[in-house]
Design a protein around this ligand. Sequence first.
Ligand SMILES: Nc1ncnc2c1ncn2[C@@H]1O[C@H](COP(=O)(O)OP(=O)(O)OP(=O)(O)O)[C@@H](O)[C@H]1O
Ligand SMILES: [Mg+2]
Length: 137
Amino acid sequence: MQEERILSSEDDTIIFAKELAPKLRKGDVLALYGELGAGKTFFTQQLCKFLGVTENVSSPSYVLMNEYVGTYIIHHLDLYRLDAAEEVLELGLYDLYENAITIIEWPEIANGMLPKNTIHIYFEFIDQNRKVRISRK
Ligand SMILES: Nc1ncnc2c1ncn2[C@@H]1O[C@H](COP(=O)(O)OP(=O)(O)OP(=O)(O)O)[C@@H](O)[C@H]1O
Ligand SMILES: [Mg+2]
């Protein structure tokens, strides 16, 4: 699966999240790539809303991980501040996947620890716009 779409406004991101949410299943892992401010957290906030989370979803940059409960248990991670794969292991990444939906911002450092069927989502700036590319094996 490969798909690309332009996200020229927050509303576009909201529609994208709304379309993706009902396709997700327990055990799914989403890896969100993209530079600072590309829109990873904003997308996650919208996705969580469409997955039934009512509480405020904040950026996990400092706490590394937040857990929410909606239709599913949702783990929201941001690995930006980690600089070794061992630190990812210490987080217990593998144990998080089961029985939940796991969303990972800055997933590069966990590259070898993502399930095969991870949904990779790349957020990019193009001109004044944003673009998103979705790929899943
Ligand atoms: N499609 C969009 N169009 C316009 N603005 C957007 C869009 N998506 C997100 N934004 C805005 O961009 C800003 C930064 O977004 P966000 O915090 O989600 O980035 P991020 O990728 O999580 O960054 P970081 O790497 O620092 O965690 C937010 O103010 C958000 O509202
Ligand atoms: Mg973020």
